[in-house]
Design a protein. Structure first.
Lengths: 192, 192
């Protein structure tokens, strides 16, 4: 319906933090800062919550000691982006991120139903631009895992970058994270 | 390029005020709150600022005592909107709006060059929904005045309302505000 550009105010990560600290934005409000835009998260159903818990559990088992698996925690992606991936894996332990949020997770995972296109093209492009090496989408609509790797430029992508490697894994198969190539995770273990 | 819905965080007028008071949003930043969205104003060239001054001057002459002609001041339109029309005419004097911004201008004017479509369809629909009786666009692109009146419902409009009457007045013509039907303003006096 809108056929003219509407330029909305963009926010930096620093301003986003101020919004929380000064109480303008309630701490528990489900928003994420993506490329300067405050994006409202869709309400999450039980299958989504279940898949997040299963994925976090699967990744904790696979990665083991020396790695920390976060659930819906902020990532300091760039100056204008602080997404909260459903699951992310970072080196070290919780105390290593006391001062600032982790910036370079070795693996980020989004669980997607209604947000599938957004997770694929919008977040996917933001994650690729930041150079995150391993991005997974637990696709609840088609009951499969999508694995995105090899970030590369693409002028047609939302933020000029996308993942050049895309692999689809069905429930009967297994996948190893790039950072833990010897640990196989069964796709069936991630699905509700 | 974006083919999926991106829902950005919407703001209320109360939150918008907080953003300013707490210093998160600099007071002099060129944004307007339009239906919950913080819309960034396009940079204004000298033809724009000249037309704003000319229009304010002409309206002050036309309305005379008992009316306040403000330029780029906030209007308390609704709970989610605080636009700053280029020129607005409200009853009374400056001290009448010490506590809150005026809510019911008898005339609002936007000066449009690059923002023409936005002013026609976005702001126009918003102003019509608020029931503003008299909305003018000083159209710098075509060097003419557009006069919008009679707000009415239209499901296809951005905010469900639009002005049912649109009159175009050329440079040689004149127009009388609805609230001052006895005075004629020459369109040539409003154009740079």
């Amino acid at each position: 319906m809108t056929t003219y550009p509407v330029r909305t105010r963009r926010w930096t990560r620093k301003e986003y933090r101020l919004l929380g600290e000064r109480g303008v934005l309630p701490e528990d409000e489900p928003v994420e800062l993506i490329d300067g835009q405050l994006i409202v998260a869709e309400p999450k159903g039980r299958p989504h919550v279940t898949a997040v818990a299963l994925t976090a559990e699967g990744l904790r088992r696979a990665f083991g000691a020396g790695w920390h698996v976060f659930q819906q925690e902020p990532i300091a992606l760039d100056d204008d982006s602080e997404p909260e991936p459903d699951v992310s894996v970072v080196p070290g332990g919780p105390r290593d991120y006391l001062v600032d949020h982790p910036a370079r997770p070795v693996l980020v995972v989004e669980v997607a139903e209604t947000s599938l296109d957004f997770d694929r093209h919008h977040k996917g492009s933001a994650y690729a631009r930041a150079g995150l090496p391993d991005y997974w989408i637990v696709n609840l609509l088609d009951r499969r895992l999508e694995v995105y790797r090899r970030p590369g430029t693409d002028p047609a992508a939302e933020f000029g970058w996308r993942y050049l490697g895309v692999e689809i894994f069905a429930p009967g198969t297994a996948v190893a994270p790039l950072a833990r190539r010897n640990a196989l995770i069964a796709v069936a273990d991630l699905l509700p | 390029m974006t083919t999926y819905p991106v829902r950005t965080r919407r703001w209320t007028r109360k939150e918008y005020r907080q953003l300013g008071e707490l210093g998160v949003l600099p007071e002099n930043e060129a944004v307007e709150l339009i239906a919950g969205q913080l819309v960034v104003a396009e940079p204004k060239g000298t033809p724009h600022t000249t037309a704003v001054r000319l229009t304010a001057e002409a309206l002050r002459r036309a309305f005379g005592a008992g009316w306040l002609v403000s330029t780029q001041d906030p209007i308390a339109l609704d709970d989610d909107s605080e636009p700053e029309p280029d020129v607005a005419v409200v009853p009374g004097g400056p001290r009448d709006y010490l506590v809150d911004h005026p809510a019911w201008p008898v005339l609002v004017v936007e000066v449009a060059d690059s923002s023409l479509l936005f002013d026609r369809h976005h702001k126009g629909s918003l102003y019509a929904r608020a029931g503003f009786p008299d909305y003018w666009i000083v159209n710098l692109v075509d060097a003419r005045l557009e006069v919008y009146r009679r707000p009415g419902g239209d499901p296809a409009a951005e905010f469900g309302w639009r002005y049912l009457d649109a009159d175009v007045v050329a440079t040689g013509g004149g127009v009388a505000p609805l609230a001052r039907r006895d005075v004629a303003i020459a369109v040539a006096d409003l154009l740079p």
